[in-house]
Design a protein around this ligand. Structure first.
Ligand code: FES
Length: 148
């Protein structure tokens, strides 16, 4: 399978996150890219690492990347907009809040010459951005202490 060129590292860095939809078997999968800024040295040449994650919180069926705000990143983590659990942007792990002890599902990507390629054998690129809102997103709950 030929790797699919998704976007550039610069685009992901400037926007903070970038999303696309892919096909896995009979299902569509939402995926988002975020910079991984915890690896000194790899971010110096403008082609530093980018990670790709399935766009579903491990706590509930909740998008982490939303069309209106993208993925909320803070201190090297991706923050769930519903209950505020923070997932490490580099390894997907979570040690806090409702999703503590879980890890996001990673999607394989590679960076070459400043471009990000989808290299995951299980996924086929469909289109940039996400499908129309399926109605299962919820904003921050009353128990959330997040402000955006
Ligand atoms: S839905 Fe993400 S922490 Fe609860």
């Amino acid at each position: 399978m030929t790797d699919y060129r998704l976007t550039t590292v610069e685009t992901v860095r400037e926007a903070g996150s970038w999303a696309f939809t892919a096909r896995e078997g009979d299902a569509d999968r939402e995926v988002f890219l975020v910079p991984c800024v915890d690896e000194p040295g790899e971010t110096q040449d403008g082609e530093g690492p980018v990670r790709a994650w399935i766009n579903r919180c491990t706590h509930e069926d909740q998008r982490l990347y939303r069309e209106d705000i993208g993925a909320v990143t803070r201190g090297g983590s991706v923050v769930c907009p519903k209950h505020g659990s923070a997932f490490d942007a580099c390894d997907g792990s979570c040690d806090n809040g409702e999703a503590a002890g879980t890890t996001l599902r990673e999607v394989d990507v590679a960076v070459r010459d400043g471009a990000v390629f989808l290299t995951d054998d299980d996924l086929t690129y469909l289109y940039e951005e996400l499908p129309d809102d399926d109605g299962d997103d919820e904003g921050p709950s009353s128990s959330s202490h997040l402000t955006f």
